[in-house]
Design a protein around this ligand. Structure first.
Ligand code: NAP
Length: 236
């Protein structure tokens, strides 16, 4: 990882920050993306402490121009993108009768279209280099239904179809595409929502998901884990 370039979306907090801090142990260039510049700067400090080289790009991933400009700048500066971690996500947990089309689209824009646009921007370079890893942070909500989940689950099911099809298409170019599907994780996303677990300390930690991402990246280049489900060992 030392000279490699890894883009991590949603790196300002939660799972994305934990992934950045975990991958920083390998010392590579970590491109940290999110809207909250001060929180991204905090992540950057943690990354530096762990031995990584952070670059902060603050912006909205539902804006295609921001994505294209960011990837262009990264390629100009570093000449490569080795790993793309599509982690940024939005969840609005509501009964279907209460959810609006705007809320559905806000989730779709980040959970699916931003993934499409980032992937579209980096894949030509990965194909040219005959190497790369794309990890999409999906969810068990991408595989299972749940009450309050119509719109969020729809975005994550879409992401699963995209990820699995992309995996089949890109592996002939030595590009690994993986979906990581965690159950509930101790982050802002679920706290104080109708799907919050009774005991938050019993569910997964962001660091557990970060470790899973590190495992996928660290596997020998010829080995592709296409999908991982991750749950707490004992949720009771
Ligand atoms: P979180 O703590 O709410 O963090 C979400 C991250 O996404 C933040 O860094 C946020 O950054 C970024 N983000 C959201 N909208 C954005 C936008 N328009 N532009 C740029 N960045 C944006 O959530 P999390 O739990 O870490 O979620 C990370 C991923 O894991 C998501 O894809 C989520 O669906 C998935 N996941 C979460 C759980 C869970 O229980 N927490 C379970 C399974 C899967 P800014 O606010 O700075 O923009």
């Amino acid at each position: 990882m030392k000279d490699k370039v890894t883009i991590i979306t949603g790196a300002s907090r939660g799972i994305g920050r934990a992934i950045a801090v975990r991958l920083a142990e390998y010392g590579g260039n970590l491109i940290l993306i999110g809207r909250d510049k001060s929180k991204l700067d905090e992540t950057a400090n943690f990354v530096t402490e762990k031995g990584g080289k952070p670059s902060v790009y603050a912006g909205d991933v539902s804006n295609k121009n921001f994505i294209d400009d960011t990837v262009k700048d990264v390629l100009n500066k570093f000449g490569r993108v080795d790993h793309l971690i599509n982690n940024a996500g939005v969840a609005i947990f509501k009964k279907f009768v209460d959810v609006t089309i705007e809320e559905f689209m806000a989730q779709m824009n980040v959970n699916m279209y931003a993934v499409f646009n980032f992937t579209k921007a980096v894949v030509p370079y990965m194909v040219q280099n005959k190497s790369g890893t794309i990890i999409n942070i999906s969810s068990l909500a991408g595989k299972n239904p749940f009450v309050y989940g119509t719109t969020y689950a729809a975005t994550k099911h879409a992401l699963m179809g995209f990820t699995k099809s992309l995996m089949l298409e890109l592996r002939e170019h030595n590009i690994r595409v993986a979906a990581v599907c965690p159950g509930s994780v101790q982050t802002d996303m679920i706290i104080d929502t109708p799907v919050a677990p009774k005991e938050i300390s019993k569910v997964l930690k962001p660091e557990d998901v970060a470790e899973t991402v590190a495992v996928i990246i660290n596997l020998p280049q010829n080995a592709l884990v296409s999908e991982i489900e991750i749950r707490p060992t004992n949720p009771k």
